[in-house]
Design a protein around this ligand. Sequence first.
Ligand code: HEC
Ligand code: HEC
Length: 466
Amino acid sequence: MSVTLKRARPYLVLFCILLLMLAAIFWFRFWLPGDQLSGAAEEKTGQVQTVSIIRQPDSVDESVRDHVPKAALSAEARLSANGADSGSDNAFDWQIPAWLPPPPVPEDNPMSETKVSLGRHLFHDHRLSRDHSVACVSCHVQSLGFADGKVLSVGVGGSVTERNTMGLANVGYSPVLTWANPHLKSLERQSLIPMFGEEPVEMGLAGQEQLLFDRLQSDPLYREMFAQAFPEREGRIELATVTRALAAFERTLISVGSPYDRYKYGGDESAMNEAALRGEALFYSEKAECYHCHQGFNFTDTLQTANSGFAEVAFYNTGLYNLNDEGAYPPDGMGLYTFTNKASDMGRFRTQSLRNVGVTAPYFHDGSAATLEEVIDHYAAGGRTLQGELAGDGSTNPFKDPLLVGFDTSDTVREDLVAFLHSLTDTEFLANPRFSDPWPEDHPARGVSTLTPGIHDSTTTEVSNP
Ligand code: HEC
Ligand code: HEC
């Protein structure tokens, strides 16, 4: 008996080691990410918040493939193939107040002044579109908070965007990008969509990458700037460098200089008028409930700073539509549902930042509210009621977030909330020369035509100073 045990012992030990290894593999592969997720995730008001762990900028989520235009994806493959660089730049001067942490910066794209300046030139350059008619700035206009005042925007060849153009203030703090795509997580990757996307065509460069690089290469200023900004890549003009420079510039678009900031963080009691102060109290009250979703310094619960360990991401159905009383949104704007196919994700969109919202009209993902008063009336009704083609009572949408219960707008409630929202307009940001068009008037970068007419130009985009 003892002899057999002795003989079997080495096998038993081996078997145990094998079991331990299997358990370890299983732990790392399956349990760990789940644990981290549930540990980090918060549940608010019964609505599941999607909280994600930061991913490496070059890892492509499979599900994103269904929703990024094919041409942009082939561009993306090249971007990944170009690999990552190391290096860091702790010396970058963000020019932000001490209370504010900078936005997160991917390891493979450290900030530098030359890179940001290059990105600013690219952002304003109409040669980044097929026919020299459209630049990023055509749709992202500085004086309008880098939105464009249109319901929907028009790209090269008259192609119309599916959604309302977003303002870009503090976009570097957003861990997921665009209105409802939970997978699009890096500014570097996002810029491929306007440049190379085909549905809709924005800048029309699908399959024209070499044309773009040759164009930029032929400009001596760019040759010099790329060399200075990307010495580790020998100044090559390629997707990796173009997209990184654009992203670095976008990370500097930080807006925290509004009257509200002067009052809240600067202690300037006179910065806000009486109506705006009453509006602030309402905004943070259990009556209007706004702050539950529009929270923190950027007025959104989708946020990440350089100091936060994980990304907060949240999407909500706010009862804008209720087609056939079944909770449906129009087919071309179904929000998170388009990406997940989960019924409960119908109509869920990312909480928008409210920074500079006084100049980014019209509002919502489809530009369907022309004024801030209309937005407040929608919330006051706990969801809006529409007649006609998109008829339905949004307040009874079964997927609507429970926080949207509505409130009465007696007295000066509407005016006060609107006054508060206007106190978030940062006029310095809207005119900051660091972000303006660096190209001389008659330079080819200015494009062949600066007119990209939108659908129903909005008339409500004047800057207002409360
Ligand atoms: C034809 C108009 C148009 C052009 C040109 C354009 N954009 Fe946009 N941009 C949009 C629209 C519309 C959205 C919202 C897209 C969506 O949700 O599907 C958007 C969204 C964005 C976002 C996401 C913002 C956020 O808060 O998540 C970024 C970043 C951005 N654009 C950067 C750029 C850059 C960089 C360029 C130039 C390379 C550019 N855009 C060119 C219309 C445009
Ligand atoms: C349950 C979360 C939630 C609450 C509560 C909430 N919002 Fe929103 N808000 C959102 C989401 C999500 C969007 C984007 C909706 C869309 O476009 O479909 C949005 C959009 C907006 C916009 C338009 C932004 C733009 O750029 O188009 C404004 C203005 C706004 N909210 C103000 C408010 C105010 C004021 C309150 C309080 C009365 C409030 N919100 C309460 C989630 C919320």
